[in-house]
Design a binder for this molecule. Structure first.
Ligand code: ATP
Ligand code: MG
Length: 201
């Protein structure tokens, strides 16, 4: 073994000991977690989809509510259709998009989607519930922040929830077990590219 290999070996042994000591003090979470993916960079919904893949691998039941109208065909929708017994996907009724431009209608749709979210979160039927773009609906004040945070905290003990969208509000951040902020360094959109099949939808 070279001197460099020996030094590496010794260093790794130390890291291993420290890691094992740290892990001894940790416990498995005994309840579902509240996770928030926010920030300007791409990947908030994609990271939630990645977590869904993990959950499905374990045979977990997953609920998804899309707070922005998602009538368009996406890779994830086509994929989830293969797991009808494990995945329930709800798209916010009339749906808020930049196209509706009708606040009253958007609020009705947001409230309906929120009621469905509460049903899913409190039923105890789901291991994971993803509330995609809920932050956007909060930013437009379509739902009350207090009511949403209360609903999230009142969920079934077994259920983990992922909330996505830019501009997660303060009370939600305070209530979350995990907050990840995606930071934009570069996005193909800025170079003039449209959303790409298989990457963006
Ligand atoms: P994705 O769903 O691709 O993970 P996201 O959830 O992080 O993206 P959203 O705010 O939901 O981001 O935006 C959805 C769409 O906007 C996607 O097509 C995504 O590629 C695009 N997008 C995300 N971040 C940026 C950015 N910083 N600049 C331009 N377009 C972006
Ligand atoms: Mg998104």
């Amino acid at each position: 073994m070279s001197e460099q290999d020996k030094a590496h070996n010794a260093a790794m042994k130390k890291v291993q000991i420290r890691h094992r000591e740290k892990m001894k003090k940790k416990t498995k979470p005994d309840r579902g977690l509240l996770l928030v993916n926010t920030g300007d960079g791409k990947g908030k919904s994609t990271a939630a989809l990645g977590t869904i893949v993990r959950a499905l691998g374990w045979g977990h039941r997953v609920g998804i509510v899309q707070f922005i109208k998602g009538t368009w065909k996406t890779g994830e929708k086509q994929f989830f259709a293969r797991f009808p017994d494990l995945v329930d996907l709800e798209v916010m009724g009339q749906g808020f998009t930049w196209d509706t431009q009708d606040r009253a209608k958007d609020i009705v749709a947001a409230e309906k989607a929120w009621r469905r979210s509460v049903e899913m979160m409190s039923s105890g039927d789901y291991d994971l519930v993803v509330l995609d773009e809920l932050n956007i609906v909060l930013r437009y004040d379509y739902l009350r922040e207090d009511e949403v945070v209360e609903g999230l905290l009142a969920r079934s003990e077994k259920t983990s929830v992922i909330v996505t969208g830019r501009d997660a509000p303060g009370k939600l951040l305070a209530a979350a077990d995990q907050v990840t902020e995606m930071m934009n360094i570069r996005h193909p959109f800025q170079a003039g590219f449209k959303a790409a099949r298989g990457i963006d939808f």
